[in-house]
Every structure is written in structure tokens, then in C-alpha cells.
Design a protein around this ligand. Sequence first.
Ligand code: ACO
Length: 443
Amino acid sequence: MADTITVTDNRTGKSYELPIEHGTVRAMHLRQIKANDADFGLMVYDPAFTNTASCRSHITFIDGDEGILRYRGYPIEQLAEQSSYLETAYLLIFGELPTRSQLDQWVHDITFRTFIHENVKKFMDGFHHDAHPMGMLVSTVGALSTFYPESKEIFDEEVQLLQIHRLIAKMPTLAAFAYRHSLGLPYRYPDNDLSFTGNLLTMLYRMSEAKYDPDPVLERALDLLFILHADHEQNCSTNAMRSVGSSHPDPYSAIAAACAALYGPLHGGANEEVLRMLTQIGSVDRIPEFIKEVKAGHGLLFGFGHRVYKHYDPRASIIKTMAHRVFEVTGRNPLLDIALELEKIALEDAYFIERKLYPNVDFYSGIIYQSMGFPVAMFPVLFAIPRTAGWVAQWREMLQDPEQKIARPRQVYLGYDQRDYVSVERREPGGTPVASGAGQAAR
Ligand code: ACO
């Protein structure tokens, strides 16, 4: 049997045989299907890309129906158990697990670049005292491009790699400085004797002590959370990274765009919303009333639902298990009881069952972050730090892909046909009526 599909255009009676590659048809192959010679050709209409593959990728595999997530073929459960965030970042970016010497060099190259230019501190100081740390991160990571003008040489392998080291290394420093600024505390410089997450904890929490000693359980828990958040194929922020990156700016500018996309409550801002939601519910007995409101269309059950997972998000299962280890150190977060009961009730409810709404990665991560002492405003920032590895891996893959060009979707124009300019004296409220109707399929 041929790997093709035959399409018959009922407007003309003509048939077209289109190749099927990797379970897809090329949208451009539809262009030959025309109603008449003047016709532009058929396009696909797919708002929010719900059924459109924008690239071919070798990085992350998700089977949303089965609840499977793999980085470069390795199951997320195995990486969470046995790998570290920096090793996972190497895997995502270069495609293979590093040898011992490659890993040592990689860790060194990143650790060596954790410091930021002193001038960054100055514009960090310019933010208002209650500025949201994610807003500060979006701006400061974009501003790094002005410190590294050579970063525009994106096709120079050596320059590209240097920016990758810098980005992974400096995101925790920017994040920690944003946090310290919001509390009016002095910035703490990186401690390069510590692990990636140990160093982050130091920059966040060290006060007068000469050397901060991070709790190994929390250090490891944070590292594990970073592994789980490192990549998730073509999500909203990765799509922003690829889309902005496709016009070939330096990677700092593209990462700023990705961070901005992550900031939204439907994406990386969701765990912040989960915490607010759980706090607002306040007690287990108020859950049924809350669920009733959600089902009536008054708000969302944040931390539930996913564009791809129509099954339990595998990251949520790992986090739920890990939560208990963290609580042994931090004490039990009372919001966990509300979350567990909320999950139980939702998973038994026809509304959530029919729509295949299950807990996603954000449902439990916020509770852990809060127990570790992070304010909710830091949650999206804690997402952006590890997702940097995925963003740069996807950006690099895009630059190496000969099929990729500047991203530029089409539209279906349904606005006015041509109409004549009307002077301000003659205009009527609500617009000047025109004779011809809307609906010109312009390209
Ligand atoms: N609570 C209540 N109802 C929901 C929820 C939810 N969390 N999510 C989806 N639904 C409902 C929708 O209202 C819709 O109902 P309808 O068919 O009666 O209109 C149906 O389920 C399908 O939902 P869509 O919005 O079409 O699904 P989509 O794939 O577009 O959205 C999304 C996915 C954005 C994640 C959505 O589920 C949501 O808003 N969830 C809450 C926010 C959240 O937790 N985001 C984190 C995602 S994970 C991440 O980014 C790391």
C-alpha cells in the first residue's frame, strides 16, 4: 500500500495524490488544489496549532494518551531517578549522555560562567521594590545581549556554545538577584564550589554566614524538579523561542521572548495560580463548592488539563512522590491535603473524566516550592531556569535544520474589502457603513 492520501476537490471534481511522511501531509502540497486558475490554492486553518507539526525534532517524545515523556529516548522516570539537571541539559542539547570527562568539562564550563557583569546589578536596582521577579528576569536576560555583542554570530559553533554555557549558568544568578531585590536584601554572588542547585539556594538564602550549607534533600529535590522541567517539546514558550529565533536574533533576545511566553497563567504561571487557588479554597470542606463553580464555567481548576496529555502527566506523579521527602525536611504543607482531596474529587467527576483533565506538572510543584520557602511570584522563575536547557536545545536544532525558515504563518482574511477613506467630520459612531460585505480570502 502506498504511503499517500488521495484528496478529491468536490468544487472541481479533480483528485490529488499527496505523500504521507511520518504521519503528516505537507501543508504546501495542498497549495496545488485550486478552485480555478486565479485561486491562491488550499491552505490549512489551525488556530493555536492544535494539529500542526511546526518542525521535525529528535529531542523530546511525548505520548499524551499513554502519559509517556522521554528526552532523547530516555524515560523521564529514569532520568529523574539517576541523572542530574546539568547532565540532562547536556543530553537535551547534544543528543547523547556525556562521558565522565565530557560531563566534567560541561559542568566546569557552566560553573565558570555563573557571575554576571556588575552593571546588571545597577539596572536590577532600577526596578520598583515590588517588581515581579519574572518581569525582571524577562528584561534582564534580554539585556544580556547588549553585554555580549558577538552573540549575534549564531551560526559560529564556538560562539553559539559559549552563549549556551552563559545562558544556563547565568539564569540562576539573574533569578536570585531578582528575588533578593524584591526583598530589599543585598545580592549574593555565586558560590562555584557548590552544585548548580546548591549555588542557587546560596544566592537566594545566604545571609551573614560566610558559607551557606544547602540542605542535601532540598538541593536534590530542586535538581529533580529542574530535570522534569527541562524540556517539553513544542509548548508555547518553546514555540516562541523557535519563532523569534527563526529571524536570527541573538539567543538572549529569543530567550527573553520564551520567558515572556512562559510568564502567562496558562503556561509557566500556572503553578502560581494553583497556589493562589488552593489558598483561596482554604479548607477541604469548601472543595465541592469550588468544583461546582469551575463546572459552571466560573474559572479553571488550575494545574489540571494539558494540550497534549490526556492522561496523568508523568511529571506530576514523580513530583507527588517526591513531595513527601521534601516535607520530612520542611514540615508538611497544609495545602497538600486540599490538593490531594481536590485531585480525588476531580478525578471521580464526570466533567473532568469526559474532558480527560488530569493533574499536570504544576499541580504539585507549587506546593513543594512554597514549602521550600519560595514566594509564589518566584514559581515561573523557577520554571524558566531549567527550561533554558530545552529552549537552547530546540533553538540549536532549528538553526541546524535546512528546512526551517523565518516563521511566518498565513491568515484567513475576513475583514472589509477595499473601501474609501472617510474624513473625520463624516464618520459615524461605530464605523461608516460600507456597501460590500466582508470576506475576501486575501493572502
Ligand atoms: N479546569 C476546568 N476546565 C478545563 C480545564 C481546567 N483546568 N482545562 C480545560 N478545561 C475544559 C475547557 O473549558 C474545555 O471545556 P469545553 O469542551 O466544555 O469547552 C475542555 O476542558 C477542553 O479544554 P481546552 O481549553 O480546549 O484545552 P486546551 O488544550 O486548549 O488547553 C490548557 C490546555 C491551557 C492547559 C488548559 O487545560 C488549562 O487552561 N489548564 C489550566 C492551566 C494550567 O494548569 N496550565 C498548565 C499547563 S502545563 C504547563 O504549561 C507546564
